[in-house]
Design a protein around this ligand. Structure first.
Ligand code: C5P
Length: 291
């Protein structure tokens, strides 16, 4: 029997998210500063040679079929190597909240691509794995290596960025989720909007200026949240009350995170915020993964 491979699948956060327009394929042209955080899932994979794909998870309600991006990743990988007999037993130990804007499904798929690439003696380099990732979802190319990146286009044009300065990150996932499709539709209906200062943010990261970085966190989707989701704004106020230097929603939500320069403040904030959100995580940024 093939040996079990364990891959760590880090969650992603958006320090900025800007929507620049529409692409010819109907997707949106984006500009996003993306970061991996230590919070992640464990993805255990044992390859099979009978073409079957079985998925299990500590969250019994997660889809186990092709709707789960981890299953889709096996299919995309085996087609790319031309061996339809490749299958896998996958176990997802989920810690990343689902429906949070933290690329949980995409990072699981990227972990499957890395694991199968390793299992088959690395037929693909990182660029080729990212190309395969794009067949699965827009965030998967980033998740192949993660780390500190500017993601443009559909999300697949990736440029390395300096690591953020040393800081502590508290993430809160409210009980509700937000429809990605609905937010993109609302963005299309709005012609003018405030844009993130992406170059300023990158300069602050280069200068290791935590406060300058935290001040420039910005996500254009916050401006088009439905009225009944004011909770996101309230959560951000609570972060600031707790001493966060900056706070923002990630992706299309619903998770919100705050940046702290002091560990004790971040730890106290995560206890306080636990009164409003069941899922609260104290974590930090991590560098990219070697494939
Ligand atoms: O690629 P993925 O399936 O993760 O995207 C989910 C949805 O987000 C798409 O169906 C699309 O509506 C929207 N999207 C977009 N432009 C992007 C990425 C995602 O419009 N660059």
């Amino acid at each position: 029997m093939a040996e079990k491979i364990r891959e760590r699948a880090y969650a992603k956060l958006n320090l900025t998210l800007d929507v620049l327009g529409k692409l010819p394929n109907g997707y949106h042209d984006l500009a996003m500063v993306m970061e991996s955080v230590e919070l992640g899932d464990d993805v255990d994979i044992t390859a099979r040679n009978d073409g079957e794909i079985h998925l299990n998870s500590n969250l019994p309600w997660l889809p186990k079929d092709g709707r789960n991006l981890a299953v889709e990743a096996v299919k995309v990988f085996r087609t790319a190597i031309g061996d339809e007999s490749l299958g896998a037993d996958i176990y997802l130990r989920k810690r990343i909240p689902v429906g949070a804007g933290m690329a949980g499904g995409s990072t699981n798929a990227a972990a499957v691509l890395r694991a199968l690439n390793r299992y088959t003696n690395r037929p693909f380099n990182a660029d080729r794995l990212r190309e395969l990732g794009l067949k699965i979802g827009s965030d998967v190319p980033y998740c192949v290596c993660g780390g500190s990146r500017l993601a443009e286009g559909q999300g697949e044009i990736l440029s390395p960025l300096p690591m953020p300065p040393e800081c502590h990150v508290v993430i809160c996932k409210p009980g509700f989720s937000i429809s990605t499709g609905e937010l993109f539709k609302k963005i299309d209906e709005r012609s003018s909007r405030i844009r993130p200062d992406t170059p300023g943010l990158i300069a602050a990261m280069e200068q290791k200026d935590v406060a300058g970085m935290a001040r420039r966190l910005y996500n254009v989707f916050e401006d088009v949240l439905p009225r009944n989701l004011r909770e996101v704004g309230e959560l951000k106020s609570r972060f600031l009350d707790q001493g966060a230097l900056g706070t923002v929603m990630t992706g299309t939500g619903s998770a919100v995170f705050g940046i702290f320069d002091d560990y004790d403040k971040a730890a106290d904030a995560s206890v306080e915020l636990g009164e409003y959100c069941r899922d609260v995580f104290l974590t930090k940024f991590v560098d990219e993964i070697e494939i």
